[in-house]
Design a protein around this ligand. Structure first.
Ligand SMILES: *Cc1c(COP(=O)(O)O)cnc(C)c1O
Length: 364
């Protein structure tokens, strides 16, 4: 059978097995244990923040951040129209309304000038997303937030280790949220983390994620909390992954450079952005497919060659759950033409060559 090239796969060849075995052998398999604290400390320090609060997945990380900031029914949170649905859903869970803003054509991220147009007296926060590993244009967003007294929450689920002007994504907002799902840059299987420099917010999130129990008085609950805890086994895997993160990002960036070299000047193909102020980690190496080609036909022809790809997300305003008749032209265009190419950290140079040859051989 022909070799398959997956769009992503996790690489678990470091200390993952050793650390997980340690959990099994010592009996520390639930949410207490040294790997949880160690992973929290090391990941937050890697991103340049003071506090890390681990949780069960990236979606509840977003939800916990919003609730800790006091977002509730009647509030509005501005999010990009083009994102994974978890961003919008996390806002809906709190009873607040996700308000959509269009993307910028040159970063594929939320457009600061479009955010401004959506601010009302009910706006409480901006939840931005660093899409596919490219950072948002942070300075104008932080200025807007300051001027209008808004919280900033970074959905950095796709951007572990990415940088804006030399500073890591996840270190800008009041709270930032990461996912460690199986296809993310580092993984714990399922898992997530909230980062913050604000000790009060960190304590509030620790309190809320553990049933809202008083830290002084056991079984004394002063708010309706949740169980969002990460297990020591997940954290063991996360810690081993974190030991390899620089290597993963290096490999992804090298593959992206090779993709760029081989695909530049290819008819109908637009390469992914990397602004002069940005370090893109290429969680997904993504291109836009324009005339004379059709994105779905290119995907089908790559599939025949054993190359797995993924289309971009649908913009939120097209989904039945967040339907708006209004158009968001940049998000619509990106969504209709964007495709993620294989991007795993262990993707071989020869595989990138095979993929680029298949793209170039595709006929309209
Ligand atoms: C993956 C992802 C999430 C959700 O993470 P889970 O761990 O799957 O819950 C949220 N936002 C974005 C942008 C993502 O890519």
């Amino acid at each position: 059978m022909q070799k398959q090239i997956p769009v992503y796969e996790s690489v678990l060849t470091g200390n993952e097995k050793k650390y997980v075995l340690e959990c099994l052998e010592t009996g520390w398999i639930s949410s207490l244990g040294k790997f949880v604290t160690s992973f929290e400390e090391k990941f937050s320090s890697y991103c340049g923040t003071k506090h890390g609060v681990s949780v069960a997945n990236g979606t509840v990380a977003l939800q916990l951040a919003l609730i800790a900031l006091g977002i509730k029914r009647g509030d509005e949170v501005i999010i990009p129209d083009l994102t994974f649905v978890a961003t919008a859903n996390s806002v809906s869970y709190t009873g607040a309304k996700p308000v959509l803003a269009d993307s910028e054509p040159d970063t594929w991220n939320i457009d600061p000038s479009k955010i401004k147009q959506k601010i009302t007296k009910n706006t409480k926060a901006i939840m931005l997303v660093h899409m596919f590993g490219h950072p948002c244009n942070m300075n104008p967003i932080m200025e807007l937030a300051e001027d209008h007294d808004l919280f900033v929450i970074e959905d950095a689920a796709e951007a572990h280790g990415a940088e804006y002007k030399g500073k890591k994504t996840g270190s800008f907002g009041h709270i930032s949220c990461f996912s460690f799902y199986g296809n993310k840059t580092i993984t714990t299987g399922e898992g997530g983390m909230c980062l913050t420099n604000d000790e009060k917010l960190a304590n509030e999130m620790r309190f809320l994620k553990d049933h809202g129990m008083s830290s002084e008085k056991r079984y004394w609950h002063t708010k309706i909390g949740f169980n969002l805890r990460m297990t020591n086994i997940q954290a063991a895997i996360g810690l081993a992954q974190l030991e390899q993160i620089d290597r993963f990002i290096d490999a992804k960036r090298k593959n992206a450079q090779l993709y760029n070299t081989l695909l530049k000047d290819t008819q109908g193909i637009t390469l992914p952005p990397e602004m002069p102020w940005a370090k893109n980690i290429y969680w997904m190496y993504s291109v836009l497919v324009n005339a004379p080609f059709k994105r779905d036909e290119l995907m089908a022809s790559l599939k025949k060659e054993g190359i797995e790809t993924r289309p971009f997300f649908y913009p939120m305003h097209q989904l039945p759950i967040y339907k708006e008749e209004k158009s968001y032209p940049v998000a619509d265009k990106l969504s209709a033409t964007g495709v993620n190419l294989p991007s795993a950290p262990n993707l071989k140079k020869e595989d990138v060559q095979t993929i680029c040859e298949a793209i170039k051989a595709h006929k309209a």
